[in-house]
Structure formats: C-alpha cells, structure tokens
Design a protein around this ligand. Structure first.
Ligand code: TYD
Length: 192
C-alpha cells in the first residue's frame, strides 16, 4: 500500500472514531468495511471471560498474556460478580441441558473477569486458543488444555461465532465501556 493510500485510510479511520465513539454497537462486518487499513475484518470482536475457577486460581494474568502475545487488542475489561439474570441470558441456548442449573450456580459463585478482544478472525482464533469444551479433549497449548481438568471448571468462556460475540458483548458491556484506541504495532501485525 502506498503512502497516500495509508494517509487517506488513516484519516478516514480517525474521522470515524471521533464521530462515533462506540463501535461496539455496530456489527463487526460494518466496522470492518468502514476502516481502510488494507485488510478487511480487523475490528472483529469477541467476548472472553475468565470464570470463577480461573479468577480463584489467579489465572487472569495468564489468560490476558496469551491474547496480548498473540497480537489481539484489548478493548474492554472488568471484574464483576455476575448475577443470575445476565447468566440466564448468556447461557440461554443451554437452558434444556442437564448441567444448566449447575453452570448458572457455579458462574454466580464468585467473580468473573469479562473482556472484549479485537482483531482479525478473533472469534475463531480465540476458540482455538481456548480449546475444546471438555479439558480432557483440549490440546496441550490451549488454555483449557493447560489449566483445567474437568468440564465443569474449564477456566474460560469464548464466544463461538461472530453473531454470538455481538450478542454477548452487548450483554456484558455498555457501549461506553469499550475503548477504541490505536495500537502502536498495528502496521507490523497486519500490513505489508
Ligand atoms: P458450551 O457452550 O457447550 O461450551 P463452550 O463453553 O466451549 O462454548 O457449554 C458452556 C459451559 O457449560 C462449558 O464451558 C462448561 C459447562 N458444561 C458443563 O458443565 N458440562 C457439560 O457437559 C458441558 C458440555 C458444558
């Protein structure tokens, strides 16, 4: 990409940011199209949550480190005691599963760290980083494969599709809790 194209792309990007502080409310595909960085889909976002077992075991730092080192951008972060209301919405699709009540009870048993991470293909990549739902099947090198043993205590949640991510992000975060910021390694990570 030439110098002029970069400048035009960047000023478009800044103009959008000034005029529209909350991009979290937009579908990621729309956000991706509005940025002219040369690579589509850079503003995809996903919800990652460190569950009560992960917080109790002081694994929050390890989880954050993996996403930072991979190159994703943190745009939202909070520690909270989740109530039953948010969890019943979050796990709505599991409501008929035999383990549903236990999951809700467990997820309300202690604080959770909810995060929004942004970047190219972040939904798919973070599912791979997190590993299989059941830690017995999660490969070494994945978060669940390295830090957990039993399915009921599998350390992290990661959205499983772009649509689910949008729904979950707006459930756990208000739009003004998501921060748009310029990452200094953006060009090194994405452009050529
Ligand atoms: P699910 O959405 O199927 O998996 P994932 O978290 O990988 O998207 O299940 C949600 C959570 O429910 C899962 O992370 C742990 C818990 N769970 C159980 O406690 N027992 C089970 O048999 C399953 C499948 C899930």
């Amino acid at each position: 990409m030439g110098f002029l194209q970069r400048c035009v792309g960047r000023s478009r990007c800044l103009l959008l940011l000034e005029g529209q502080r909350s991009l979290g409310s937009l579908p990621s595909s729309d956000r991706g199209q509005q940025y002219s960085t040369g690579v589509a889909g850079l503003q995809e976002r996903t919800l990652i949550a460190v569950k009560p077992d992960g917080v109790q075991r002081r694994l929050v730092g390890d989880v954050i480190k993996r996403f930072e080192k991979r190159g994703f951008k943190l745009v939202g972060l909070k520690l909270l005691q989740a109530n039953e209301g948010i969890l019943t919405e979050h796990y709505h699709e599991l409501r008929r599963k035999p383990f549903y009540q236990e999951v809700i009870q467990y997820m309300t048993s202690g604080p959770v760290v909810a995060m929004v991470w942004e970047g190219y293909n972040v939904v798919k990549t973070s599912r791979a980083m997190v590993g299989e739902t059941n830690p017995t099947e999660a490969k070494p090198g994945t978060i669940r494969g390295d830090f957990s043993i039993h399915v009921s205590r599998n350390v992290v949640h990661a959205s499983d599709s772009v649509e689910t991510a949008q729904r979950e992000i707006s459930l756990w975060f208000r739009s003004n809790e998501l921060i748009d910021w310029d990452c200094c390694n953006h060009k090194i990570m994405y452009e050529h």
